[in-house]
Design a protein around this ligand. Structure first.
Ligand SMILES: [Zn+2]
Length: 150
């Protein structure tokens, strides 16, 4: 089946700021967090709208990898469940590399193929954070457009 990167990820300016701030807070390690929002159908296809962002602990405490804390993920899932929404994605930072999925990122994305994966590069050479989003299915990386609104 053909697969595109759609839908567009829609972040409010304050969500965007919180994500970037959490990435700085996580230094020197990779930071991570979860995105909650509406999803459609039995396959829980994200609409691209984000209603909540949940900064989480990186239990790896590593500058090279991340694992979202399991209890924090459960809490985030429950709080989305209460409003009839789901987790639609996550973010993590790359402290010294581009905002592009690593082979490990592609592998771990297999666990949640519907998710939108945001990667924030804090590579010093960029001068400012670079936020990009992707979907990864069956090892195929597709970039997702990001709209920062409001
Ligand atoms: Zn990564």
């Amino acid at each position: 089946m053909a697969f595109t990167g759609t839908p567009t990820l829609r972040l409010t300016r304050s969500q965007h700021e919180r994500i970037i701030a959490s990435c700085y807070d996580g230094l020197p390690n990779e930071a991570c967090g979860l995105l909650g929002g509406p999803a459609l159908g039995a396959l829980e296809e994200p609409t691209g709208v984000v209603t909540q962002v949940f900064p989480t602990s990186n239990v790896d405490a590593s500058s090279l990898t991340y694992t979202v804390d399991g209890k924090e993920m459960l809490r985030a899932m429950r709080s989305m469940d209460e409003v009839g929404e789901v987790l639609v994605g996550c973010w993590h930072s790359h402290t010294h590399t581009e905002a592009y999925p690593s082979p490990t990122d592609v592998r771990t994305a297999a666990a949640n193929p519907n998710w939108i994966y945001v990667i924030v590069s804090l590579k010093p050479e960029h001068g400012q954070p670079v936020l990009r989003a992707y979907r990864m299915r069956d090892g195929v990386i597709a970039e997702v457009a990001v709209d920062v609104v409001g």
